[in-house]
Design a protein around this ligand. Structure first.
Ligand SMILES: Nc1ncnc2c1ncn2[C@@H]1O[C@H](COP(=O)(O)OP(=O)(O)OP(=O)(O)O)[C@@H](O)[C@H]1O
Ligand SMILES: [Mg+2]
Length: 294
């Protein structure tokens, strides 16, 4: 089982909570997803609630559970889909006072899977998910860059074998409902329109991840460079320079700022000079926002 997953993490996990605190806008994204998911994840709890308050389990509650435990995260590269998935699972488990197990399907194996093993991979992954799900334990399966596996069957070049893997995947997503909230699937993609329509239609939540807003870019500079004492005016200017208006309609992504602009500015200053507002401005002129994925 181990080698089809990149990692498997026990939840809750304090490091993940720490990581979430470094993700700008995380709370808001989490709340939107959790509000949709809590009814699926806490089926025992909601039945109990209905019984206690009303003496019956409403028919409406049974239909709630017909929904598929699938969350799709979509958006441009570097907007935090991969970084957020585990943190979202972690916080959800904590709020529900449960335990969790987070399985991340390996991209490497999927690459190999292209040549005839995709269906088996899907089966193995869902078997592992089922094994890990328990009464007090929610099992998460994260299929990162899911367009590699869940590509729309409408594509002409698609091989029969790949199409049947997508069929298997759909069937597995349907079956996971029988686990009554003890297992949940996360998928990420930066090309939602490449995902098979039947899969997208099943998602209980399709969450869009956007590039950071002006306010979020300000927050990122101020957080990551805490101690540099940038003034409010300077922070504003940095946010403006990395915004769509100054860059042909394209905002810088979170990773453009955190993994390119700031490191390059530090590299330029180190070791002889101090990091300054001007260094940052110079680097912004050189480093451009990553292109949009169409
Ligand atoms: N909300 C955020 N706040 C601060 N930094 C972020 C945020 N989201 C992402 N980042 C930074 O960007 C990096 C890349 O993010 P991540 O890998 O999650 O992007 P992604 O959406 O999965 O992109 P891709 O579609 O290319 O896989 C993270 O390691 C982190 O440094
Ligand atoms: Mg990613």
């Amino acid at each position: 089982m181990a080698d089809i997953f990149d990692n498997a993490t026990e939840l809750p996990n304090a490091q993940l909570e720490e990581r979430a605190s470094n993700l700008i806008g995380f709370d808001e994204r989490f709340n939107r997803i959790f509000n949709n998911l809590k009814l699926l994840l806490d089926q025992e709890g909601i039945k109990k609630w209905s019984n206690e308050k009303h003496g019956v389990v409403f028919p409406a509650i049974k239909s709630l559970f017909d929904r598929h435990p699938l969350v799709i995260m979509e958006g441009d590269p570097g907007t935090g889909k991969t970084a957020s998935a585990e943190c979202i699972a972690n916080r959800a488990v904590k709020l529900l006072k449960k335990e969790g197990y987070f399985l991340k399907l390996s991209t490497r194996v999927r690459g190999e899977g292209m040549h005839g093993e995709m269906g088996k991979l899907v089966n193995d992954a869902f078997d592992a998910l089922k094994t890990q799900a328990g009464k007090k334990r929610i099992a998460f399966l994260f299929i990162d860059e899911a367009d590699a596996i869940a590509t729309t069957r409408g594509t002409l070049q698609m091989h029969q074998e790949e199409k049947s893997a997508v069929n298997t995947l759909i069937q597995k997503i349907d079956e996971v409902r029988q686990l009554e909230g003890r297992a949940i699937i996360f998928m990420s993609t930066n090309r939602l329109h490449f995902l098979d329509e039947a899969i997208v239609r099943r998602a209980a939540v399709v969450m869009r991840f956007d590039r950071p807003s002006h306010q979020e870019r300000k927050e990122l500079f101020s957080k990551d460079l805490e101690g540099l004492k940038l003034s409010a005016k300077e922070l504003n200017e940095l946010a403006e320079l990395t915004g769509a208006e100054k860059n042909n309609g394209l905002d810088y992504s979170f990773s453009d700022l955190r993994l390119k602009v700031i490191p390059e500015a530090i590299a330029r200053a180190y070791p002889d000079n101090a990091l300054t507002f001007d260094t940052l401005k110079e680097i912004i002129k050189i480093v451009k926002p990553s292109p949009e994925i169409k």
